[in-house]
Design a protein around this ligand. Structure first.
Ligand code: IPD
Ligand code: CA
Ligand code: CA
Length: 271
């Protein structure tokens, strides 16, 4: 399929190219399954007080893990619904969010995605986010740029916060962090054009990479929420850091991503 050739054809080596193709192929297969399940009744169970999981999250994870294991049997997988710490003991591992935006999916709110990334020595080297309802495949590889289906994408050029559309999200364990979340939201609302809380962090980051958002911030996200989007934003010309401006790592529970031009201004508000 043409769109899973464009970005890989810019990869710096064959191995990276094969890894990206494996990630994209897997995301497309998992996305197809999610789309088929979308209109059907969902079997929902609770992971926490408000945190849902559906049978589709699990089915998507089973398909994703099987596909990645068959293409790259030597690479371990860290996937949200069957999380083990073994992958973290290796230098490179896949990080999979089989369905980012589960609450949206369960309610029939059409904003969700599959997110897959390969982490190598702590940083993503390939990544993909696939939104099945719009059939939008975002992918990126270190040094090869970011792509949406078959076109290269870049972040916006917005320079003034007051002209910026900023995405964010709220953690499931909100009662522990509510005062800080509200304070940051209030500061943002005073300073930016508007805020979006669309409900799928991986897709929010992909939206920064293609210019549908000027920036994004959130706390308490997990590696599977951020790894692919982190690479998408950087390869599209943007910046990703923690709230102090120091380099981002998936071990740190806060992320701010932007088009670069707005980064210092966002950090000043979030600090
Ligand atoms: C969630 C979504 C949401 C974010 C939450 C995440 P899930 O992921 O990305 O936007 O605010 O913090 O956990 O549970 O739908 O995979
Ligand atoms: Ca997620
Ligand atoms: Ca998920």
């Amino acid at each position: 399929m043409q769109r899973i050739q464009k970005c890989p054809s810019r990869c710096t080596n064959i191995e990276q190219q094969e890894l990206l193709i494996a990630a994209c192929r897997t995301a497309l297969a998992a996305g197809r399954l999610i789309k088929e399940h979308y209109e059907q009744p969902h079997d929902v169970t609770m992971k926490g007080v408000i945190d849902l999981v559906t049978d589709t999250d699990v089915a998507s994870e089973v398909i994703s893990s099987a596909s990645l294991s068959s293409d790259t049997p030597d690479i371990m997988i860290m996937a949200e619904e069957t999380i083990t710490s073994h992958a973290l003991e290796t230098d490179r591992y896949w990080v999979v969010d089989p369905l980012d935006g589960t609450t949206n999916f369960a309610y029939g709110f059409p904003y969700f995605a599959v997110s897959i990334s390969l982490i190598d020595h702590g940083r993503p080297i390939v990544g993909t986010v696939y939104a099945p309802l719009l059939d939008e495949l975002f992918c990126a590889a270190k040094g090869a740029g970011s792509w949406l289906n078959d076109r290269a994408i870049t972040v916006t050029k917005t320079r003034r916060l007051i002209e910026a559309l900023i995405g964010t999200g709220f953690p499931y364990e909100i009662e522990h962090s509510l005062p800080g979340v509200i304070r940051q939201l209030e500061t943002m609302l005073h300073n930016v054009r508007d805020i979006r809380r669309a409900g799928a962090a991986a897709l929010d980051l992909a939206y920064v990479s293609c210019g549908r958002l000027d920036g994004f911030y959130e706390i308490n996200l997990k590696p599977w929420d951020t790894a692919a989007g982190w690479l998408l934003v950087e390869e599209a010309g943007g910046l990703v850091s923690v709230f102090s401006g120091r380099p981002y790592s998936t071990c740190v529970p806060e992320i701010v991503a932007s088009n670069g031009a707005l980064h210092r201004q966002l950090i000043k508000l979030l600090k």
